[in-house]
Design a protein around this ligand. Structure first.
Ligand code: NAD
Ligand code: TDX
Length: 332
């Protein structure tokens, strides 16, 4: 492998992967990104021009995609509409990008016989009860809840079908909730950090009991690179770092780390269909491919993330007002 095409490389996790690849390998990278409201060219600032090319465009554009597949050895597919709350408000772009967009890429992978890695989410498995000791594994049945997660489940099934029916060289990974720098302020952790920085009280949906399994975006990137290099074609790998926490605990940690009283948050209208708990068993990735997460300490990773938002207001400030207006209209 020498040149990679990264779709969605101007988003939160895609840009992290681009930085990771440029820092830890000799590969060159082409980013294909539409620059929706969620994409930000500044997330790739400062990276070497001679190893990174940026192409603004839609993964649903067959001619553009075809020309790019001709130039690369492997494709890592991050591009998606990624926010559950948006999918409850306006599902259409989720179907267009997550399902049809993925289909266009799969057809190109088939024509060009290109190695393809599909990035997906643990949300395809639905949710677990709070007291249930079990975790998701690669054989957990699909049971998505939201328009977002059902389109991601659809895209995973397309990838599996293209492997079985057409023999494309693809792998899939399903990761738990990511945190770290460059995450859009619509998402839970950056929303609360930037609220505190703006003097707004953090907003917890419902009772705040819902559990998410947090992983640092750098650990997600190292796992994807491992799968790209060593994964078995046709396989699915779950990526997680044993980071289960309920939302209330996370908000309290943010408030405490930022020098505020631990109870200085508001409970607001719950998300419709709100998944209770996600939890990943990443044993296959660890035992078969030898991957390990590096960020063992969530409190430390969270403190570094808070510092990043404190120091990089110019990156997030342009999105903050519109994001809060969207939530305010829904009582959130
Ligand atoms: P993000 O919303 O921050 O970034 C998505 C990127 O895709 C943006 O840069 C956007 O401009 C681009 N994009 C959207 N539609 C496009 C299109 N039609 N053509 C080209 N580019 C387009 O999302 P993220 O949080 O970085 O998530 C990236 C991927 O990882 C998604 O596939 C998501 O489902 C998956 N994932 C995310 C998480 C998480 O916690 N955020 C966890 C597991 C899996
Ligand atoms: O203001 C908030 N208050 C709140 O309590 C927001 C924005 C969220 N929440 C809750 C909802 C969830 O229980 O926090 C939790 C995390 O919410 P999100 O950041 O919206 O993430 P989630 O819905 O869990 O989905 C994320 O992880 C899986 C990503 O957005 C997806 O792209 C990924 O697939």
């Amino acid at each position: 492998m020498s040149r990679l095409l990264v779709t969605g490389g101007a988003g939160f996790i895609g840009s992290n992967f681009v930085r990771h690849v440029l820092a830890h390998t000799d590969h060159d990278v082409i980013v294909l990104d539409k620059l929706t409201y969620a994409g930000n060219r500044d997330s790739l600032a400062g990276l070497p021009d001679d190893r990174l090319r940026f192409v603004q465009g839609d993964i649903g554009d067959e001619a553009l995609v075809d020309g790019l597949f001709e130039q690369v050895d492997a494709v890592i597919h991050y591009a998606a509409e990624s926010h559950n709350d948006n999918s409850l408000h306006d599902p259409r772009p989720f179907l267009d990008t997550n399902i049809i967009g993925t289909y266009v890429l799969l057809e190109a992978a088939r024509r060009h016989e290109t190695r393809f890695h599909h990035i997906s989410t643990d949300e395809v498995y639905g949710d677990l009860e709070l007291e249930d000791p079990s975790r998701f594994t690669e054989s957990t049945p699909y049971n998505p809840s939201s328009p977002y997660s059902s389109t991601k489940a659809s895209s995973d099934l397309l990838v599996r079908a293209w492997v079985r029916s057409f023999g494309i060289q693809a792998t899939i990974s399903n990761c738990s909730n990511n945190y770290g720098p460059y995450q859009h302020v619509e998402k839970f952790i950056p929303r609360q950090i930037t609220n505190v920085l703006r003097g707004i009280r953090p907003k917890l949906y419902g009772s705040g009991e819902n559990v998410r399994d947090w992983i640092h975006a750098d650990d997600h990137s190292s796992a994807v690179l491992t799968i790209l290099e060593k994964g078995r074609i046709g396989e699915t790998y779950l990526i997680g770092a044993d980071g289960e926490k309920n939302n209330k605990d996370v908000v309290e940690m943010i408030l405490e780390t930022m020098g505020q009283p631990r109870d200085a948050y508001d409970l607001v209208t719950d998300r419709a269909g709100h998944d209770l708990r996600y939890a990943i068993d990443s044993q296959r990735l660890r035992s078969e491919l030898g991957w390990r997460p590096r960020f063992g300490d969530f409190a430390e990773g969270l403190a570094a993330t808070i510092d990043w938002y404190r120091m990089n207001e110019q990156w997030w400030a342009p999105s903050k007002d519109a994001t809060e207006a969207f939530y305010a209209a829904k009582g959130q």
